[in-house]
Design a binder for this molecule. Structure first.
Ligand SMILES: NC(=O)c1ccc[n+]([C@@H]2O[C@H](COP(=O)([O-])OP(=O)(O)OC[C@H]3O[C@@H](n4cnc5c(N)ncnc54)[C@H](OP(=O)(O)O)[C@@H]3O)[C@@H](O)[C@H]2O)c1
Length: 291
């Protein structure tokens, strides 16, 4: 069996490292072909110049692309030459809006490609160690047929129902899980701008219930490390939470604010950095008020 991976960045490359230890062949497609070639050299597998060709030669393709637009663009490239000779399966593991997920499903359907929503929770380490949590949305028969594929790279797999329910569940989890660095950034800005010692804040918080959360982000905020999840993508996820709420005519105060906080740091040079580094960005901003 061949599994294709579209998008060989942080998630796609680490899931490929996981899959290279299973009994499957691998195929790759990436916008910057050289990145896919480097991965193929490391883990074995064939690099494709077109996503359609990769889909045609793979039993399943798993897609890790940054945004709604990228996923739609790839679906169009796969579908624009009409029906594929045999049915193929497209697992969208990217974090997208429910609206884009439904669009992608319609585009692929027109070429006879079966669409499965399969966003994941976990980052580079969990992907490499085959310990992601997968949320799957498709019809139940398709889920039962492909469950063993999701289990190759997942510690746990949840069947959520039909699309776009898995995308919605993933956004709801990220909405909570990614908020803390932004809240911590705002607290530290407040302390720094009024001249209160950050270490004192940290010492006091050691006696409080949220100490574990502060420790989780403190060193990732203060030291430069390779990104596990890029700041601009967290901004994107919050803008997706906001637009999914707006699509239902519901308020999105918090997701709009959090999106703006992450995106402001992104446009000021932090976009490609690990997202807890926004704490460093906002601290620098506060320091300027004291100089
Ligand atoms: N990182 C995480 O912790 C994490 C966890 C869960 C879910 N996710 C989700 O997984 C998805 C991928 O995230 P990531 O962190 O792996 O991002 P990433 O490191 O930026 O990787 C994205 C890859 O997609 C390629 N790409 C972008 N646009 C493309 C296009 N139009 N056609 C073909 N290839 C394209 C990029 O190619 P280039 O080399 O040309 O840039 C890059 O290799 C996102 O939806 C993200 O929200 C991420």
């Amino acid at each position: 069996m061949q599994i294709g991976v579209i998008g060989t960045g942080i998630m796609g490359s680490n899931v490929s490292r996981c899959l290279s230890r299973k009994k499957v062949k691998l195929g790759f497609y990436n916008r910057t072909i050289s990145k896919a070639e480097m991965l193929a050299n490391e883990v074995g597998g064939k690099v494709y110049k077109s996503p359609r060709e990769l889909v045609e030669e793979s039993d399943v393709v798993i897609v890790f692309l940054p945004s709604d637009d990228d996923v739609r663009e790839i679906a169009i490239k796969i579908s624009e030459k009409g029906n594929l000779k045999e049915p193929h399966v497209f697992v969208n593991a990217s974090t997208v809006t429910p609206m884009a997920s439904l669009d992608t499903m319609r585009i692929l359907d027109s070429a006879g490609v079966r669409y499965i929503e399969g966003p994941v929770y976990g980052s580079a380490d969990e992907a490499r160690e085959c310990k992601l949590i997968s949320f799957i949305a498709c019809d139940k028969t398709t889920y039962d047929e492909y469950k063993s594929i999701f289990e190759l790279y997942s510690l746990k797999t949840y069947y959520v129902g039909t699309p776009p329910k898995a995308s919605v569940l993933k956004l709801a989890l990220n909405n909570l899980g990614l908020a803390f660095p932004a809240l911590l950034a705002e607290s530290l800005m407040l302390l720094e701008s009024w001249g209160v010692e950050l270490e004192l804040f940290k010492e006091v918080s050691e006696t409080l219930w949220f100490n574990e959360i502060i420790n989780r982000y403190w060193s990732r905020a203060m030291e430069e490390k390779p990104p596990r999840f890029k700041t601009w993508m967290v901004g994107k996820d919050y803008s997706y939470v906001a637009s999914a709420l707006k699509a239902k005519k519901l308020p999105s105060f918090l997701s709009d604010a959090l999106s703006a906080m992450y995106l402001m740091a992104s446009v000021n040079g932090y976009g490609e950095k690990d997202y807890p580094r926004i704490i460093k960005y906002y601290l620098e901003l506060a320091r300027k008020t004291r100089s």
